[in-house]
Design a protein around this ligand. Structure first.
Ligand code: AMP
Length: 115
């Protein structure tokens, strides 16, 4: 059940996290294993397991994940230099936590294409 993931527990305040943004629908917190000087995960409180499980009713919510990431990039001071947002989906995408999340990576040049 997506409710039972580590991110579900963080969203419900049952596990600690370094939270950088929260509102009624979203929570953003620093990744435990950062891949860039700033690596933040933005999640909906709603437990959607993967991007495949999002429906048309989630369109605004998913848009808000990106808008929150842009706001955090401003707060962290690298919006103008640039940054990357990533959603990993299922095995080939490298998804390990099955609660939809947007990675925000910034603070250094990022290589493309990724490995
Ligand atoms: P993904 O591989 O896209 O599913 O990303 C999962 C991310 O969650 C990884 O970058 C992990 O380092 C991160 N992560 C796992 N558990 C925690 C946690 N308790 N707090 C913060 N980040 C976590």
């Amino acid at each position: 059940m997506p409710e039972d993931t580590v991110f579900g527990k963080i969203a419900r305040g049952e596990l600690p996290a370094d939270i950088v943004y929260a509102d009624d629908d979203l929570v953003a917190f620093r990744d435990l294993s950062p891949q860039a000087p700033t690596h933040v995960l933005v999640i909906p409180r709603k437990p959607i397991a993967t991007l495949n499980d999002a429906g048309p009713e989630d369109a605004e919510l998913i848009g808000r994940l990106f808008l929150a990431a842009a706001k955090i990039a401003q707060q962290e001071g690298f919006a103008e230099d640039g940054y990357r947002t990533v959603v990993n989906c299922n095995a080939n995408g490298g998804q390990t936590v099955f609660h939809l999340h947007l990675h925000l990576l910034g603070g250094r040049p990022l290589h493309w294409p990724p490995g």
